[in-house]
Design a binder for this molecule. Sequence first.
Ligand code: SAM
Length: 236
Amino acid sequence: MNKGDESSSAGLLYLIATPIGNLADLSLRAKETLEACDLIACEDTRVTAKLLAHIGAKVPTTSYREENERRKAPELADRIERGEKIGLVSDAGFPAISDPGFRLVRECRRRKLPVVPVPGPNAAITALAVSGLPTDKFLYLGFLPNKSAGRCKVLEQWKGFAGSLIIYESKYRVEKALADMEKVLGPDRNLCIAREITKIHETFNIGKISDLKTSFAEKSGKGEFVLVVGPEGYVL
Ligand code: SAM
């Protein structure tokens, strides 16, 4: 039996990764764990309801999102203390990674309650692994600030990092982020734009920032994006 799967009566928190596009990426263990939970805390109950319907599981859900995390984290930890097995999922990917989860995990750690990972899809690591950019050292920056000045400040801070930079970007801001990257990091850095990973329109565009910026502007940039930037001087 795997760590954390024992049928003990002690409560615990499962951190369950879910697909970032292709539902077939839900692991067998994730499916079995979801089915075995007393309660599933999820970002959007409607999104998780679809996932549960897909696997034919009937498990109660409760909303756990950015807006109610502070209140819900201690409440859920109380339930775990009382012996419940609670699963935490986000809408897609690994919970607590640019998604709600950190506060509940911290609360469980503070109370010495078990936190059991059920690993699976994550957009950042997937994009990095297929980018052809260095994987031995990387920095996950998550979402950059919304405004150009803030974005440039963060890029300036990390432009000398001797590894790959991983950035999440919304479709509304990719073009602007690429312009700021060209300005701060220079036109020749290698970049991978990973779009719609594991979905029908999955694409990986790899090249210099300046070239990708131009071609991106010519196409319609719909979907979800991860940007992976290589270190200065790295030749692909
Ligand atoms: N927790 C998630 C994870 O483990 O990757 C990340 C959630 S975050 C709110 C959503 C962002 O992740 C998107 O804006 C995009 O940058 C990235 N993302 C998620 N799914 C993606 C996909 N299928 N293709 C490309 N990027 C994706």
